[in-house]
Each structure stands twice: as C-alpha cells, then as structure tokens.
Design a protein around this ligand. Sequence first.
Ligand code: F3S
Length: 388
Amino acid sequence: MHLTREEERMLDGEYGEAVRKAMELIVSIGEALGAERLVPITSAHVSGISVSNIGAEGVELIEWFARHGGRARVRATVNPMGFDLDGVIPRDPREWSLQERLLRALSVMGFHLTLTCAPYEHGNRPGLGEHIAWAESSAVIYANSVLGARSNREGGIVALAAAITGRIYEWGMHLDEERNPRVRVTLRGWRPRDEAEAGLLGALLGLRVREVPLLEARLPGLEEARSLLAAAAAWGSHALIHLEGHTPERRACVKCEKVEVDRAELTAFHEEHFDDIEGSDAVFIGCPHVTIDVMRLVEAYAEKCGGFRIPVLVAAPGVCKLRPSAQNLVILRGTCPVVARLESLGFDKIATNSLKAAFYLPRRHGIRVAVADAKTLLRYACNPRSRA
Ligand code: F3S
C-alpha cells in the first residue's frame, strides 16, 4: 500500500504509541482488502460501546488507547450505550462502573458523548463527497444515501482507529465506481404510505437485493427514507441505496438488473414475520433515535389522551434534554433497546414502527414484535382495548 510520508511517520511511532497501533490496524485491514492507499477523513462515529457487547477486555483496550495518547483528529461521536442515562433500565453495578470507565476514556480522547445512532442530527453531519469512517449501519447508509458522504460499514474499533489517525483505507464506498447503482427497483402501482411500510420495503430490499439499488419511487418524506435505509441495512448488508429526491449523487443505472416489488409481497412479508398489534405490552419508537418531529407527535398524542395506557418507550440521543411529560411515556436517553437489558422490563410483545428493531428484538431478547406506523402505535397506546 502506498503511504504518504506523514502516514509512514505515524506507523513508525513518531506520533506516539496509540497512533502507531491505530495506524497498524488501518493499514493491515486495508492491505488485506487490497486497498492501494489511505484517504483522510473528516468525521468518525464509533459503535459497539456497550459493555454488554465488548466486555471488560474491550473497555481495557479503549482505555489503553486513551492512556497512550490516542486523540480524535476529526469530528468524532459515539453510538448509544447499553444503559440509559436516567437509570430506567436497571443497572448491574459492575457493568455500570465499566460503562462509566469506557465513557471517561472516550471523553479523554475527544469523542463527543452524543450517545446516538443519528449523529447527523447532532453536530456530526458530513457533506457531499466527504470521506468518513462510521460504524453504525443505519447511520452509514444514511450518510451515503442522503448526505452523499462516503463510508463503509466499519467495525467500532476500526472507526476508533480511524478517528485517532484521521485516515481510512480507500476501498468500497470510498471509490467512485463502487457507488454506482446495479439494480433498478420499481414498485408496481404503489408506494409506501408511512415509515412502517417504508421499513417493510427496506427489509425486503435487504433480503432480495445484494448490490447497490436505485429505488424508482418517491418516498413521502425523510422519516420514511430513514426507516427504509435502516431496515435495508439491518435485514441485508446495504451501505447505499439511491433514493429519488433524497440522494444528492446523480448516477445513471447502466445495464442494471431489474427488480419489481408489489404491495401483495409487502403484505405477505408483514403477515408472515410479525404479530398483530393487539395484545402488545408496550410501544417502542426511536430506532434509529427519535427526531424532534416524531417526538412532537408523541407528545401531542400523550396530551390528547391524557397520558398513555401502556408504556411508550422512546429511544433518544444522550444529548436530548427532554424529560417524560405524560403517564407511561418513557424516554430512554443515550441507549439502544436492542443492546440494553430490555428483558428486565418484562415485556412479551412490543409494537414498533422500526423494522430494524423488529429484526433484533426477537433475536436478542426473545420478544415478539408487531409492526405499524407511529400514529397507529400511539392511538393504540392511548386506548389498547379499541382496535387501533
Ligand atoms: Fe439505534 Fe439501536 Fe436502533 S443503535 S438504530 S436504536 S438498534
């Protein structure tokens, strides 16, 4: 791999032990992938910062980088952790103390403790053509598809090493030709009406399409785009989908394979994989983390109904200042219910508008899932005995 003089000096340890180790990691992965050189990045986003994921060894590794002078050279943020900031989800004291150590080490290194999977809403918003190293699948696909920035789906520790060196290997989504659409997706006589349907479509694309798709259908808005993208990344391995009206890069679909999705397929997928909303113990909104518009919607329903009859869990960024303002409204700040110990809250069935949550909740927590759009979920939470 060709390295610049400065990159060689990093690798030789002239910038300290942490930079040397981080550079070694980036270069060895880049060489294994066949990358010819590194590119400077403008932003990093690190995931996998839950103690339940990385354990004590992971915490010690990140502390090692902090102790040996590792500092973020670029704008750098972190994903949600395994605990919410307000202690709604019970904390095991040993795990919580490890989590606090981890947050301290990240903070010493200059990472902003945004604790969100939507960093682009909270100060880490790269622009068109910027090379970045992000490690949260829903954020990566949003950055590539909506912002036009360039990131592969990195692992957490690789994103950390990229933040410390300010470099990532030039491979995959960083290369112009890899970003061309290869599959043209059309919808026969329909389009998603809300974020839940957009998520169902995203899940189908995740399962059916392997290469970069171009969706020839306009989604109602950005919330639907976010939902579709997060679902496609969770149910498949996508890092980029070209979306009409959202993707800033204009790319022609030359010799594209064609895929058609009809509404009957969407309905069959929904019925086959998910429960009916009736009998749900709780509603979950905020995967990816809730936006201000959706939060306003939740609060409007809470006010109209005089509080909810069943818990409405809303996952929000750690930097969010909101506090619950209604009965049964539970704001989970800074955490991701998929990695948190959600089972300790005792729910059997959760209704959500997120197809990413619907993918992970049964697999991680054995919780049954119903899927519907946010308005339907909130009406149900207002009055679970009437049909939503
Ligand atoms: Fe965010 Fe967790 Fe969903 S990281 S995208 S709330 S699975």
